[in-house]
Design a protein around this ligand. Structure first.
Ligand code: AHR
Length: 652
């Protein structure tokens, strides 16, 4: 961030403590509407974002479907011969494997211990449901004891179930943990002389989001809900594409009973040599139904991205022949039916059966993730024609590839605009200097025609995909500066989302990320607070804010945007000061008669650009509120060094 440092050095060398500019806001000259979808979130199952993260299941590899069927499990008091992995593919093609435990006469109880997702986070006084599918050989009876064990070996809770029949049955039992532990594990003890068959072994906390059994982690959803996102993009990301077509995200395998959702390898598991996570799979316990429900819960529009017949072009680049694209197109059509269809349709009926008879009101869909080249356009055209034929109101998000410039981008951006694409998805994982330099990126984009979705972006303190990237204040501040340019250009930019969203501190592959968590706690990064401040102070219409008759995008190290909120009758300013000196500014409000003197300020800042938040110090950088009284149409405000300030000026 050369510019930031230059500004700091200059001010120190020249000894100017205070600068004064006159900022002009033309309150009565609305430029364009700000879409309710403007600021959203991008969810991908990367960094243990779903399994081990948002999806609150504590047992890893609950159905023995990982490539190594006993990964995550340890056999206690026994030898491997006591445990057999059997396959019943004809009876249960989506979930074929189960474990058979044989306890011989006189043998000590045998244990199957599950390590969880880098341990299990459990809390004192919270209830847990232990459940499994099981049977015992004809005539035999058995007891399976469950023990929750802390990192120090102490028993935190225990329970047991009696297994009686020789047909598969689901057994469920609740118990309470007597202590809090970040790294607990769970052991099933098989007692007596019997042959047990077990599958779908599960341990779920009761304190999920909205208390839903088998639901989502409450603290993580709360952090999302607090952002009031306009949309949730789901399920990614490269995970949509898969390393190859077989590994692509297929939404139909993620709905219906959880034991019928086919587990697959997570494409991020061994992608990066620096962060191998071979135990990363997708159980799809958080599938498309839970996703639509989550979006509805927190008032966000769903924005599903579906595979366009192309696997990740960084991996296999496998591409389906156009003559075989029918299945992929059908998946898109059926997804719309699942979200919006009547209960007498096949997929609408399933939605109703899963507990949501009302439609989810899906309005838009992304075709492909970071796909590029003419092969993408060929497939996109087929998708667009087929879906629009049946659902003319659905808006499409189209890919412009992986980068915000270069041949791939230019080719797609030109062609997509010629094709009158609804919304073009641009991605930028760039340095903080790039973000500052690109605050005017959209000033010259055509106002008519295709809109832009800034679908994935994050300032990189090192370089893309580097494990050394940090969620520091320097990156977050440059994103804030850039985002003033997105908001100023809301006539062009209709949606934006930082990416990726979640990362487990012990199991990530990609950094930086918006929200970090361990098995018990979570925190928002400085970047999170920037996103949250923009999203929760969105306003409804952009109005001009200028310095010397020019948009404020770097002059005197300031970046600014202004909007009015027609509901609250407020003027909302977002002012970013990327210099190391406090700015004292006069703001002239034109075209309005202020009758109230009330001004609310929310300030996010730090004089340390390298500052990050952490589990231990989650609020090192967090917003601070102030209220002041100033009458009249000339307001004088101070803007702290290296800060984002959101100003609410009551206009009534
Ligand atoms: O956000 C991480 C990855 O970055 C996404 O999966 C992909 O779309 C992009 O390359």
């Amino acid at each position: 961030m050369k510019k930031l440092m230059t500004a700091l050095t200059l001010s120190v060398v020249c000894g100017f403590g205070i600068a004064q500019n006159k900022l002009v806001v033309e309150v009565d000259k609305p430029v364009c509407k700000i879409q309710p979808t403007m600021w959203g979130v991008f969810f991908e199952d990367i960094n243990f974002g779903a399994d081990g993260g948002l999806y609150a299941e504590l047992i890893k590899n609950r159905s023995f479907e990982f490539t190594k069927p006993l990964m995550g499990w340890e056999v206690l008091n026994g030898i491997n011969e006591n445990v057999l992995i059997l396959n019943r593919v004809k009876e249960n093609p989506k979930n074929p494997r189960f474990a058979q435990i044989v306890i011989k006469n006189g043998q000590k109880p045998l244990g199957l211990s599950n390590e969880g997702f880098r341990g299990m986070g459990v809390k004192q006084g919270i209830g847990y449901t232990f459940s499994l599918q099981a049977k015992v050989k004809g005539g035999e009876k058995g007891v399976i004891k469950g023990e929750l064990i802390g990192a120090d070996g102490k028993i935190l809770g225990s329970t047991s179930v009696e297994i009686t029949g020789s047909d598969w049955n689901t057994y469920k039992v609740d118990f309470v943990s007597n202590a809090t532990d970040l790294k607990a594990h769970f052991v099933l003890w098989f007692e007596g002389q019997a042959t047990y068959d077990v599958d779908m072994i599960s341990l779920f906390p009761h304190d999920t989001w909205k208390g839903r059994p088998g639901g989502l982690r409450k603290d993580l959803v709360q952090l999302l809900a607090d952002m009031k996102p306009g949309f949730i993009r789901f399920p990614g990301g490269c995970i949509v594409e898969g390393r190859n077509l077989a590994n692509r995200y297929q939404w139909k395998n993620t709905v219906g009973p959880v034991d019928q959702r086919q587990v697959i390898m997570n494409r991020w598991n061994t992608e990066f040599a620096h962060k191998q996570t071979p135990d990363y799979f997708q159980s799809f316990g958080l599938g498309f139904y839970e996703y639509f429900q989550l979006a509805e819960d927190i008032g966000a529009e769903p924005l599903p991205i579906i595979n366009c017949g192309m696997a990740c072009q960084f991996n296999s680049a496998e591409t389906v022949d156009t003559s075989d694209l029918g299945t992929y197109v059908q998946d898109a059509l059926d997804l719309i039916e699942f979200a919006n269809g009547e209960l007498n349709t096949k997929w609408g009926r399933l939605r109703g059966k899963m507990g949501h008879p009302a439609p989810f009101n899906l309005k838009m869909m992304g075709i492909g993730n970071e796909n590029w080249g003419p092969q993408y356009l060929t497939r996109l055209k087929i998708f667009t024609a087929a879906v629009h034929d049946r659902y003319p109101d659905i808006k499409f998000i189209n890919s412009s590839g992986t980068d915000p410039s270069g041949d791939r981008f230019d080719f797609l951006n030109t062609r997509l605009r010629e094709m009158h694409a609804d919304i073009i998805d641009e991605h930028y994982y760039r340095s903080s200097d790039w973000f500052l330099a690109n605050a005017r990126r959209y000033d010259k984009y055509p106002r008519n025609g295709s809109k832009v979705f800034a679908g994935e972006y994050a300032a990189q303190s090192d370089k893309i995909a580097s494990p050394d990237n940090k969620n520091n204040w320097q990156c977050a501040l440059s994103e804030a500066a850039f985002m003033t340019g997105l908001e100023r250009n809301a006539a062009v930019v209709s949606m934006a989302s930082y990416a990726p969203l979640f990362a487990h501190v012990d199991a990530w592959q990609w950094t930086p990320d918006l929200i970090w968590f361990d098995n018990l706690k979570a925190y928002g990064t400085p970047n999170y607070y920037v996103q949250k401040l923009f999203s929760t102070n969105k306003g409804t219409e952009v109005v001009p804010i200028t310095l010397n008759n020019d948009a404020i995008a770097g002059q005197d190290s300031l970046y600014a945007t202004a909007c009015v909120d027609e509901h609250s009758k407020e003027l909302i300013l977002k002012i970013v000061n990327v210099s190391g000196v406090q700015k004292h500014e006069q703001i002239d409000l034109e075209g309005v008669k202020r009758t109230s003197s009330f001004i609310k300020l929310t300030i996010l800042g730090s004089d340390n650009l390298q500052q990050c938040n952490s589990i231990q110090n989650p609020s090192a950088i967090a917003p601070v509120n102030q209220q002041i009284d100033q009458k009249g149409n000339q307001v004088k405000l101070d803007f702290a060094p290296y800060s984002l300030t959101v100003v609410h000026i009551v206009l009534k």
